[in-house]
Design a protein around this ligand. Structure first.
Ligand code: TYM
Length: 347
């Protein structure tokens, strides 16, 4: 199998402000991976458009999300930060992948089924094709590692299937153009840590999400200390004290969730947290958790506010990032065009 240089790609939708699920499930790993890899982090505004967005809000949410990336610790000097629509390679490769992926594959995507609901006839075509664009995001850079939360696993598997089918369908052309036996890597999901699936604070069976009606269900990165404390205080739990071992969290979704959040915020494991807090009740645990969350999140919120006071600086970061992204993706798109047989006049 062809060996590909390691490269990280990931993205978030600018549809809302960041919540604790996004932060603990994905962002923490984005920041860490900068130490070891070349990383590309994208504000996926084209994905946001798959459901209606007010144009001015999409602009301000995109800027806000870029500010959140930086405030959380993505370093624009080291990593590439840009918005998806600024780099045409994404749309170009997505079209090719629309012709590689099969209707049946996309019909099985649970996120589409959930988001489209019962009224599928009325869902946008973009919502259906969403995962082919996501595959294009990753593969336009031939990225090998994709740090995401648990809920993106199925989309990542589809991206691998698309890469594999492209490599198979075009194997002769790939070889004829001097690219060996495979043009695209099969990107690996990187889903790791104690909080890869952060659950709603109101219902331990549902994931924490921007679309949940009650704001009490989630911690937003921009929540102030009072809101954070109140939300943890009101978080649903059972009446039992915390167990001393991870085994004891089985069948206790809410307890499991809070312990996972605590462990992720403290950069440790659930086992460690339980070794310290096993036997204590939630009346004792929740305030410590809230304090820890405030300690971790309030500097991020403050930094976001500081960055957003100077939108021109954020735009400059995004413009620079888009230039760097184009430099990487441009030659890859040209090669893909040659492989599939698109005439490039003059080449
Ligand atoms: P999005 O914007 O819904 O979420 C951004 C990231 O946050 C993670 N996440 C969670 N992790 C743990 N617990 C939760 N409750 C939780 N909620 C969200 C998501 O797994 C994700 O990592 N399709 C993607 C965006 C995307 C993308 C890409 C990602 C577009 N192209 C290419 C990676 C590579 C999405 O909608 O994420």
């Amino acid at each position: 199998m062809t060996k590909f240089p390691e490269r990280v790609f990931s993205g978030m939708q600018p549809t809302h402000s960041l919540h604790l699920g996004n932060y603990l499930g994905a962002m923490i790993n984005w920041v860490k991976m900068q130490e070891t890899h070349d990383c590309i982090y994208c504000v996926v505004d084209m994905h946001a458009l798959t459901v209606w967005q007010e144009p001015e809000e999409l602009v301000s949410n995109s800027r806000e999300l870029a500010a959140a990336y930086i405030a959380c610790g993505v370093d624009p000097e080291r990593s590439v930060i840009f918005n998806q629509s600024a780099v045409s390679a994404h749309a170009e490769l997505a079209w090719v992948f629309n012709c590689v992926a099969r209707m049946g594959w996309l019909s099985r995507m649970t996120q589409f089924k959930e988001k489209a609901g019962k009224d599928r006839e009325n869902a946008s075509v973009g919502l259906f094709a969403y995962p082919t664009l996501m595959a294009a995001d990753i593969l336009a850079y031939r990225a090998t590692h994709v740090p995401v939360g648990e809920d993106q696993k199925q989309h990542l598997e589809l991206a691998r299937d698309i890469a594999q089918k492209f490599n198979n369908d075009y194997s002769a052309s790939i070889a004829a153009h001097g690219h060996g036996e495979a043009y695209f890597p099969l990107p690996e999901p990187f889903i790791t840590g104690p909080a890869t699936r952060v659950m709603s604070l109101r219902d331990g069976t549902k994931k924490m999400s921007k679309s949940e009606a009650s704001d009490l269900s989630r911690i937003n990165m921009t929540d102030d200390a009072d809101a954070i404390a109140q939300k943890f205080r009101k978080a649903r739990t059972d009446p039992e004290p915390l167990p001393s071992e991870v085994e004891g969290l089985k069948e206790r979704a809410e307890a499991d969730n809070l312990v996972g959040i605590f462990a992720a915020l403290r950069d440790t494991t659930k086992a460690d947290v339980l070794a310290e807090y096993g036997g204590r009740g939630f009346a004792e645990f929740k305030p410590v958790l809230a304090e820890l969350a405030v300690e971790r999140l309030s500097p991020i919120a403050a930094e976001m506010r500081r960055l957003l006071a100077d939108p021109a600086e954020i735009d400059a970061v995004l413009a620079r990032g888009a230039d760097r992204a184009r430099e990487i993706a441009g030659p890859i798109i040209d090669e893909v065009k040659d492989i599939v047989g698109f005439l490039r006049p003059g080449h």
